[in-house]
Write a protein that binds this ligand. Structure first.
Ligand SMILES: NC(=O)c1ccc[n+]([C@@H]2O[C@H](COP(=O)([O-])OP(=O)(O)OC[C@H]3O[C@@H](n4cnc5c(N)ncnc54)[C@H](OP(=O)(O)O)[C@@H]3O)[C@@H](O)[C@H]2O)c1
Length: 281
């Protein structure tokens, strides 16, 4: 198995784009790491197919983790040719397509684009996304995404994203962990890192929980979409690498929250600051 450095060197020689090299290096590191079995994909029901829109730092890392867990994926780009080497590295169950093809392919669609692109993705791909389970990782940064990001911060991302993605079964997921930690902490030994989730559709939440486990983390259902704001940018649990237990404690959740409607033990925290940290994630 290639090391990250070897993957980057090979990329430089072959004249691949910087994005392709970074993704290939991350994929090589994830594929080389141990600690996962392909049993993540159920043999008792039809395996889930996953479409990925936005195969960047977060989408590319999740593609590697889910490919390693045995899922069939279509990763996508507006420049699909840039993803061929990543798909090749991830194996025969990983296909490359356009965002539209990925949306049509997935039983579940991960959308991991700059938040400012979400309205356009929602509009353009509405027919393909209708009725599907969609995991949204986006974080609004006014510096990067403009005025709509301020509005999304005010409303909370669960409410704002649902407006941009009407007709989907939306789950907020993987927004509160950085891409480097997503790659390095997956399947870590000891207590797993918790990934907060929010959604209104219990079946979509159950699928999201399954995919969080397959990626090597512990899902924590916080509640409906309105509660996604509790793990938005700037909240006390944002990118803190908390275990599921710590996350539940900080969010005042009971031990085993019911999908879509977690029991509350603490008051709602104040909304995060409007501007927040710099747009590194
Ligand atoms: N990086 C982090 O640590 C982190 C952590 C948590 C959450 N997030 C959030 O997750 C989202 C993705 O972050 P990232 O860091 O992975 O971003 P990234 O590395 O910049 O990747 C974003 C991808 O989105 C695609 N994209 C951009 N505009 C698009 C459009 N109009 N239609 C379709 N695809 C489009 C681009 O793909 P093509 O150019 O190939 O089409 C790009 O590869 C952001 O909202 C970010 O705030 C990031």
């Amino acid at each position: 198995m290639r090391t990250s450095a070897e993957a980057i060197k090979a990329g430089v020689k072959s004249g691949r784009s910087p994005r392709a090299m970074v993704l290939a290096a991350a994929a090589a590191a994830i594929l080389a790491a141990g600690g996962i079995s392909r049993a993540a994909v159920s043999h008792h029901s039809r395996p889930l197919k996953i479409g990925i829109i936005g195969t960047g730092r977060i989408g590319g890392t999740l593609a590697s983790l889910w490919a390693k867990a045995g899922y069939e994926l279509t990763i996508s780009s507006r420049h699909p040719e840039e993803l061929q080497s990543l798909a090749h590295a991830l194996g025969p169950k990983v296909h490359v397509g356009t965002p539209r093809e990925a949306a049509a392919f997935g039983d579940v669609v991960l959308i991991s684009v700059p938040y400012g692109a979400l309205p356009q993705v929602g509009r353009d791909l509405a027919p393909e996304l209708a009725g599907k389970i969609v995991l949204d990782t986006g974080n609004p940064y006014p510096q990067r995404d403009g005025a709509m990001a301020l509005e999304a911060r005010r409303k909370g991302t669960g409410v704002a994203s649902a407006q941009y993605l009407p007709g989907v079964r939306l789950v907020r997921a993987f927004n509160a962990i950085t891409a480097p930690n997503l790659a390095s902490q997956a399947h870590r030994s000891g207590e797993l890192v918790g990934i907060p989730l929010a959604g209104d559709d219990p079946r979509a939440l159950a699928v999201a929980e399954r995919l969080v486990r397959a990626a090597g983390f512990a899902p924590v259902v916080v509640g409906g979409l309105a509660r996604a704001r509790e793990f938005d940018v700037g909240t006390p649990v944002y990118v803190k690498l908390l275990t599921a237990r710590e996350l539940r404690e900080k969010l005042g959740l009971s031990r085993a929250p019911a999908a879509g409607g977690a029991a509350r033990q603490a008051p709602t925290p104040p909304p995060p600051p409007a501007a927040g940290p710099a747009p590194s994630n």
